[in-house]
Design a protein around this ligand. Sequence first.
Ligand code: NAD
Length: 337
Amino acid sequence: MNIILITGGLGFIGGHFLNKIKDNNSFEKIIVFDKMTYASNYKRLKNIFENKNILLVKGDIANKNDVQRVFKKHKPNIVINFAAESHVDSSINKPELFLEVNTKGTLNLLIEAKKLWINENSLLKETFEKSIFFQISTDEVFGSLSTHNLFDERSPYSPNSPYSASKASADHFVKAFHKTYNLPTIISYSSNNFGPYQNEEKLIPKIISCVKKNKDIPIYADGTNIRDWIYVEDHCKAINLILEKGKPGKQYCIGGSNEMSNLEICKLILVNIDQLIPCKNKNKYMDKIKFVKDRKGHDFRYALKTSKIFYDHGIFKKSSFEENLRITIAHFLNLKK
Ligand SMILES: NC(=O)c1ccc[n+]([C@@H]2O[C@H](COP(=O)([O-])OP(=O)(O)OC[C@H]3O[C@@H](n4cnc5c(N)ncnc54)[C@H](O)[C@@H]3O)[C@@H](O)[C@H]2O)c1
């Protein structure tokens, strides 16, 4: 039986993942460790904590004492680290916070996992059948792509924003703990997630929120920057598969195969909203698009070559980008779907 520690489990992706595994009885205990920042959403998930095997511990991964306490008390054999400051724009104004949380926070978790699982470079097998430290990373650690090529697990790191630099540094520590101490670690990189409950600071919910409030829709520069979009549920399916089949010391890429420029996705959302809430003035929504000064150091394009393991298990087969986008839009417009 496993005891899983999910950091950042009250956030957007962590919350979807928690929902997915809440009834999985291979987990004896599920511990959600979260600082409950502005990005968390307890209300959405509170019913889950009525289950006596699922516990919420309020704590800060950047605080060594908090981290020590949760490891000592619950002795997890699986750690999935979703906890992070996740907004690139905020990282431009507050780089130190991103270093503290994303990098030092990850290091604190690695140190406690090592204390618990490793004895003179060998895993304490008698204590834990299967231990894994699973770091949730991002395609942004690889930097910016031109119009060709895709990133894969072997791409060199070349982060450009303080956010991606802090995530890349965290990943380097994860890899270093595997090489140096034999800690069983896995890293997954995913492209841009979208879906219900994402924080409104992120592009897709922000566009919908602007429409709801009849406000201008800000699009950086000329809107040609390209992102690859993955539905959050698909990302969580991939994480689950890695938990079951992933190999310690490996990295996995989880792409969405849905590359779009920011302007394209914005227009697609507006067309969808127009179908849901038709308006007489055909240009009403499109007219709200306003091109604004570009983000500092804005990466042109991210895109990933999805790792073979996910095709081998056919886990994304039934997923439709258009349908998932409609579900997301309906969620943010408070329409039943
Ligand atoms: N959203 C994306 O498109 C995307 C893409 C690739 C990778 N990721 C990575 O996935 C992870 C989750 O992203 P998200 O979009 O769900 O983020 P989010 O901002 O929605 O949620 C982050 C969660 O972490 C918690 N948290 C923040 N600081 C903490 C701290 N110091 N200690 C404990 N908890 C803390 C917050 O309270 C929140 O619940 C992050 O590591 C992010 O880098 C996200």
